[in-house]
Design a protein around this ligand. Structure first.
Ligand code: UDX
Ligand code: UDX
Length: 483
């Protein structure tokens, strides 16, 4: 069967669905893209006249929205209509780690994927290509297929049929538009060759054919998990080395540069930082761990779980360094936290290292002033589950029970007065240009800058007389004498 593609539906207007459909719409003006979501508020923001109100921040997104929205790209909550008229349905809903039941803490909760598949089964007409766009545990396509194929045989509508494809998205937040414009590869997994070619034709409008890879559906699902696991593993590896650098007098930036020159290793993803965050890395590795355990491959499970364990340990390690350097106590000391997003150029905070580090610092009694150019105070409150300016009062808690430590938010950077320390957690460009010679005048002496992203101007910090700690910098540390 040859498929003629005119209308596309995407269920899920999130960090993946939104930018992906916007890019496709801008490249394929002859196709109609309906992006639907159950979250009315989110859809309102996607349709907001003021583009600064879009629900996600991505460099270059506003320009593409201006080009496409209302022309061939539409955001709505009318899921039924969007599915019934679609030739292709992308499922791009979120798949968080299960918090209870079988596989809790490791496997992904597929309830929204399942719900989406059921809606497709209910509302679709004719032949529909259903594409898994969310990152999913291996063999999820089977769940979708079972629901859809059962609809094929049981539906009163005679002519409905489905092809299920896996087409994982590899974009990284903060560079989503660039990644979508020039992807390293597009992966299409499936069995129905005509459906695979139909999807490929959309990408071929702007992606060179040799970058489009066809695999079976299970390889496609596993390749996405593996890709994220390998990337995260590099970060855990270099972060573990940063701890060794600090005690031996080595410098992790020099080590990264040196090993990255080996073409077999490559230079990317070797920046030591406060620990990886984001919606995918931890979740996808835990999915791999669950899969390996399920099949009795315990050594494989342990190997990958180690990547997540090091990441947790590393985040705690940063808090401990701050406490140690501030003479063993941070109670009632003001600490400025620069950055809350899990990386620069996004307003996303999912799994951000800042969440755990800030919670730990508040629990130790510190008074934090948190700055982030894109994340809102409401989001931070949600993540920390501690009310702003409340001496550690948990969200919804009636009274304050002997808690010290609090946090407040500031969008501007005029926040160094009376601070004992500044902790850099996200590599926002503005933090590279802080005038430390002015900031120091307002800080409590001796004062510290803890740079977990290697971005501050070292010379200026030192010249200002501020004590500097950089992740993985052993040059200032006591050297180990006995190996
Ligand atoms: C990402 C990736 O897609 C995925 O690979 C990863 O597994 C989880 O996170 P993302 O787009 O970043 O997804 O998620 P999110 O920003 O939470 O967006 C998902 C959207 O789906 C939300 O807006 C949510 O309201 C919507 N949704 C969820 C539906 O429309 N229907 C549902 O049944 C469930
Ligand atoms: C990741 C994958 O890169 C992407 O291909 C996939 O589709 C989704 O998951 P994302 O999580 O958006 O993308 O961002 P990424 O740039 O990978 O960063 C993830 C985390 O690793 C961030 O917290 C980042 O700060 C950290 N990181 C990244 C480092 O600490 N050091 C590095 O060298 C690179």
């Amino acid at each position: 069967m040859n498929f003629s593609i005119k209308k596309i539906c995407c269920i899920g207007a999130g960090y993946v669905g939104g930018p992906t459909m916007t890019m496709m719409a801008s490249k394929c003006p002859n196709l109609i893209f309906n992006v639907v979501d159950i979250n009315e508020e989110r859809i309102k923001l996607w349709n907001h006249k003021d583009l600064s109100k879009l629900p996600i921040f991505e460099p270059g997104l506003r320009e593409l929205i201006t080009k496409t929205r209302g022309k061939n790209l539409f955001f709505s909550t009318n899921i039924k209509k969007a599915i019934s008229t679609a030739d292709i349905v992308f499922i791009s809903v979120n798949t968080p780690t299960k918090i209870r039941g079988l596989g809790a803490g490791k496997s992904s909760d597929l309830k929204w994927v399942e719900a989406s598949a059921r809606e497709v089964a209910r509302y679709s007409e004719g032949h529909t290509i259903v594409v898994e766009k969310s990152t999913l545990p291996v063999r999820t396509a089977e769940v979708i297929q079972n629901i859809l194929y059962s609809a094929e045989t049981n539906s009163k509508k005679e002519d409905i049929s489905f092809s299920v494809l896996s087409n994982p998205e590899f974009l990284a937040e903060g560079t989503a538009i660039k990644d979508l414009e020039t992807p390293d590869r597009v992966l299409i997994g499936g069995e129905n060759e005509m459906a695979m070619l139909a999807l490929s034709e959309i990408y071929e409008v702007w992606v060179p054919k040799d970058k489009i890879l066809f695999t079976n559906i299970w390889s496609s699902e596993l390749a996405k998990l593996t890709s994220n696991a390998f990337l995260a593993q590099r970060i855990s590896s270099i972060n573990s080395i940063s701890a060794i650098c600090e005690v031996t007098g080595a410098d992790v930036r020099e080590v990264s540069r040196a090993i990255g020159r080996d073409s077999r290793i490559g230079s990317k993803f070797l920046d030591s930082g406060p620990g990886f965050g984001g919606s995918c890395f931890k979740k996808d590795i835990l999915n791999l761990v669950y899969l390996a355990e399920y099949f009795g491959l315990n050594e494989v499970a342990n190997f990958w779980e180690g990547v997540v364990n090091i990441n947790n340990w590393h985040q705690r390690r940063i808090t401990e360094v701050v406490i140690k350097k501030l003479y063993g106590t941070i109670s009632e000391k003001k600490i400025v936290v620069l950055g809350f997003a899990f990386k620069a150029n996004t307003n996303d905070t999912r799994e951000s290292a800042a969440i755990k580090i800030c919670k730990d610092l508040i629990n130790e009694g510190a008074n934090l002033v948190i700055n982030d150019p894109k994340v809102s105070a409401e989001q931070i409150e949600n993540d920390l589950q501690i009310e702003e300016n409340s001496s550690g009062k948990m969200k919804g808690e009636a009274s304050i029970k002997n808690k010290t430590g609090q946090w407040s938010f500031s969008r501007d950077l005029n926040i160094f007065n009376d601070a004992h320390a500044v902790l850099v957690l996200t590599e926002w460009e503005e933090y590279k240009h802080i005038k430390w010679d002015l900031a120091v005048k307002e800080m409590v002496k001796p004062c510290w800058v803890f740079d977990a992203r290697s971005i501050v101007d070292i010379e200026m910090v030192k010249k200002a007389g501020i004590k500097l700690w950089r992740l993985g910098d052993g040059s200032e540390e006591e050297k180990m004498t006995n190996f």
